[in-house]
Design a protein around this ligand. Structure first.
Ligand code: SF4
Length: 187
């Protein structure tokens, strides 16, 4: 049985994956220009949902873990002397786009990372981030049940991950969508 509202139910209970522990803002994922523009369009140009963030050592190390074997590409994209754009959060670490019933953005306008979470690909395989706050994980427990509950498939998530890589500036990987395919709109 699927439940596309599981993330909204999670937000009603709180805290959700859309809330960082205050002080951990540097570890928030980066937003590509394309993702930022898509959100801006939804917000009628309101820039309050974004923050500029230095490429700290902790942030870059985190990306090294997300993209094993691609450290050089990550370092080139996020040099230690520069900044990137991330989602802004309030004093409690909640994303500024988080409402009482979950994300205020339509799914297609959400950042790729948000649309993938708690799923991720490493070595071409679908993995699940261990996240104790995630109601999806608590209710479904196994990867297959989680996919069924949110009505997702390995194939669709792989395409989404491919689009994230391209948006963030990482080269396409074997078995993932190429540039043409990835420039179709995903969430
Ligand atoms: S953009 Fe939406 S889904 Fe992503 S962290 Fe913010 S509230 Fe959550």
């Amino acid at each position: 049985m699927s439940d596309p509202h599981v993330c909204a139910r999670c937000a009603q209970k709180g805290p959700t994956c859309c809330q960082l522990d205050p002080g951990n803002e540097e570890f928030c994922f980066p937003l590509s220009e394309m993702e930022r523009d898509r959100i801006l369009k939804e917000l009628a140009g309101d820039e309050g949902a974004f923050a500029q963030q230095a490429n700290t050592d902790g942030f870059v190390e985190n990306l090294h873990k997300l993209f094993p074997g691609e450290q050089q590409a990550v370092d080139k994209l996020f040099p230690g002397t520069k900044f990137h754009i991330r989602l802004a959060v309030d004093e409690q670490g909640r994303c500024r786009l988080l409402g009482p019933e979950g994300c205020r953005l339509p799914r297609e306008a959400r950042p790729y990372y948000c649309r993938l979470f708690p799923f991720w690909f490493a070595g071409g395989k679908l993995n699940v981030f261990a996240a104790s706050r995630c109601l999806l994980q608590r209710e479904a427990r196994t990867r297959l049940r989680m996919l069924a509950l949110v009505g997702e498939s390995d194939k669709r998530l792989k395409e989404l991950y491919g689009r994230l890589r391209l948006a963030w500036g990482l080269a396409p990987r074997k078995g993932l969508p190429g540039i043409d395919k990835c420039h179709r709109k995903k969430s």
